[in-house]
Each structure stands twice: as C-alpha cells, then as structure tokens.
Design a protein around this ligand. Sequence first.
Ligand SMILES: Cc1ncc(COP(=O)(O)OP(=O)(O)O)c(N)n1
Ligand SMILES: Cc1ncsc1CCOP(=O)(O)O
Ligand SMILES: [Mg+2]
Length: 203
Amino acid sequence: MELQFITHYTDRYTYFDSARMALEGGCRWIQLRMKEATEEEVEKEAIRVQDLCRQYGATFIIDDHVALAKKLHADGVHLGKKDMPIAEARKLLGKDFIIGGTANTFEDVQMHYAAGADYIGCGPFRFTTTKKNLSPVLGLEGYRNIVSRMKETGINLPIVAIGGIAFEDIPAIMQTGVSGIALSGSILRADDPIAETRRIINS
Ligand SMILES: Cc1ncc(COP(=O)(O)OP(=O)(O)O)c(N)n1
Ligand SMILES: Cc1ncsc1CCOP(=O)(O)O
Ligand SMILES: [Mg+2]
C-alpha cells in the first residue's frame, strides 16, 4: 500500500515524533503539515524531519510553504485552494520538485492537471478533526466518480485519498481506483503508532 503520512501533534506526540513513528513503521512519504505554527517553527522542524527522511530514504514534502521547500531543497510541496497556485509554484520550483494539489471535485483535478501537478490529494473521505473548514465529504462514491471521469478524459495522475481514513477503510477505498492513501489521525490515535503504520503498509 502506498501511504503518505501527514504530520500532526497530540497530547503524547510532537510533529517530529509523528514523522519518526511513521518512518519507523515503514512509511516512505512524509508531509510536514504544521498549521498552527509560525514560519520559524515550521523551518526548524522541517530541517529535523528532512534529515530523518534522508536517513530512511523517504520522500519529504512540505505543506503550504513553497519558499521554504525551495530553500531547504525538500522533495516537494503540497498546495490547496488557499495556497500559491500550482502554475506559479512550478515556475518558482522548476520541474524537479514534486507538487501536489488538493481536489474535492473532478473540476479541481482538471485544473491541477492543466497547471502541472504531479499528484492529487483528494478528499475528504469522511469527516475529520485534523483539518478545519473541510470540503464536502466524498465517500466511496465520490472517488469512483472522480476516477471514472479521469479515465474518460485521459487524465493520468496519481490520486491519493485523504481525510478521516482508518485501516478498515483502505481496501474499499483502493477498490475505487485511487493510487494511495494519506492519513494522520488514525495512526496517532493507535495504541502503537509504529505497529499501526506497519499494519497499513503491509495491507
Ligand atoms: C495529500 C494531501 N491532500 C490534501 C491536503 C490538504 O491541503 P490544503 O487543502 O491546502 O489544506 P491544508 O493541509 O493546508 O490545511 C494535504 N495537505 N495533503
Ligand atoms: C490535510 C487534510 N486534508 C483533507 S483531510 C486532511 C487531514 C487528514 O488527516 P486525518 O487522517 O487525521 O483525517
Ligand atoms: Mg494548504
């Protein structure tokens, strides 16, 4: 299973802990997402998490902060509706950076495809408290619809499902034709987040 881990914090774990546990559990794609942090805090953690990702040979993506991704030579950046437009980020970063875009509809996918995105984070699958101001929930039917319209129009981009996903949801979500899963909370709420990551990777 292709898993992207999105960093978060809890009463027990820091952002850095969350990335470390996902890497120890075998995840090889980490997105540093720190919504309530200052630019300085994001940079400080980005340097540490990037170093750890390098030790594990994992891809390191930064959420929202294009200039920081360029400065640190991160592997890429993830951008949503309220962030820098993908075409502008592509001009700044060039072709060697991975750029992901958020989609909630097929029209979002079309727009990001035209702008040169490398992958789509598509969601939310269901309600989650990890993100505020959620777009409408897609459910399985939402993914089926988006994937089938992509096939009809010849849009070939990896689609990563995100939002409120737990271990038990993964087989049915993968059956809709998406390429992978991104998650955060269900790993951090597990008794043993490292074992939970391993269970997902091996599923
Ligand atoms: C893989 C992935 N998909 C979607 C998102 C959401 O990005 P965005 O819409 O910009 O919202 P924030 O994460 O910035 O709150 C994501 N980060 N990763
Ligand atoms: C960043 C993001 N975008 C849509 S839902 C979400 C949060 C994913 O985290 P969780 O797996 O805890 O719902
Ligand atoms: Mg964003």
